[in-house]
Design a protein around this ligand. Sequence first.
Ligand code: OSB
Ligand code: MG
Length: 378
Amino acid sequence: MLDMPIRFAFETSFGVMRRRYVPLLTLRANGLEGYAEGVMDHLPLYREETVPGALALLEGQLLPRLLGQSFATPEALALALAPYRGNRMARAMVEMAFWDLWAKHLGLPLWRVLGGVRTGIPVGVSLGIQPNAQATVDLAAGFVVQGYRRVKLKIKPGWDEEPVRAVREAFPGIQLTVDANSAYTLADTAALQALDAYGLKYIEQPLAFDDLVDHADLQRRLRTPICLDESITSVADTRKALTLGAARVINLKVGRVGGHLEARRIHDLTLAFGVPLWCGGMVETGVGRAHNIHLSTLENFTLPGDTSSASRYWERDIIQEGLEVAGGVMPVPDGPGIGVTLDRAVLDRVTRQQTTVRAGARPRIDDLPDQPPPDEVY
Ligand code: OSB
Ligand code: MG
């Protein structure tokens, strides 16, 4: 687990983030290493999963049960993870590290193995809640000048129309969005309807983190499209959200939905529905950021994502390559796998706790009975 201080205080409706405790997983096989990071927070403030919970599940059950076996494809590994319910952020760590290994084994960049279609990702930026409207405009100005393709403002009840009006007046032509991180209820419908006047591309996750039905109700009362983030944990959720009319845009975070296979199913479903997709972020280090970039090369990622430059978040990232946006476009690393290499000196400085699980380790949690995986049907 890494302790990564963020270069700024990132305020959202659910709290102020000053550092991230990042669980980083290295899987070793055939002389290769695959990497992934967990996107859960230390406390269950965004969704339910936590870093301590994920570490206990990984070390006590998932890794001891999987290590030493051979999996011919990511699909084969996914079958072994399928019996476990929920815990998608923890499962995603194993699945994503395996994809990195698999692509390295094939000698191909991850984006090619996933089936991507572009080598640069148009991106936007997510701005935390600022002390006042002028500070919000000033902060946005710096990113607009750099060419970022969209500005997203974090909002909460009582701090919504004022920053939106100020930024819209300062930059009439930009693609502008807001993200409430579940801070509103249907009782706040009027405050959300007031945002219809500002030409927002979408309103992200206004209502409860686990809700679809109220979002569908709200969407019928809004002109601005609703984009779901927290509520989408699977392709099944996505199908229900789209058929209910709970969202017209989806924010896809691979680390939230259990990994690249589930992310690609969501991608394919939204493409079929004609619903645009973009790639969200969870303030990742270079490892998670690289995974997000590779996923964003798929066809239906047609809106700018949140994958802004790594140097915005970190004084020193844990990878040797810079993942930096130029002219609003994030280049896609093109080495094998996720195409980035760890910076061991930085890693040594930020590592707070390290555990090695070897093939043959006994699960700390009793073994599951043998059972077939559930059908993958949506
Ligand atoms: O809701 O998209 C979100 C950061 C942490 C937790 C949740 C969210 C965010 C962001 C920033 O909006 C994304 C990023 O810059 O990585
Ligand atoms: Mg969000």
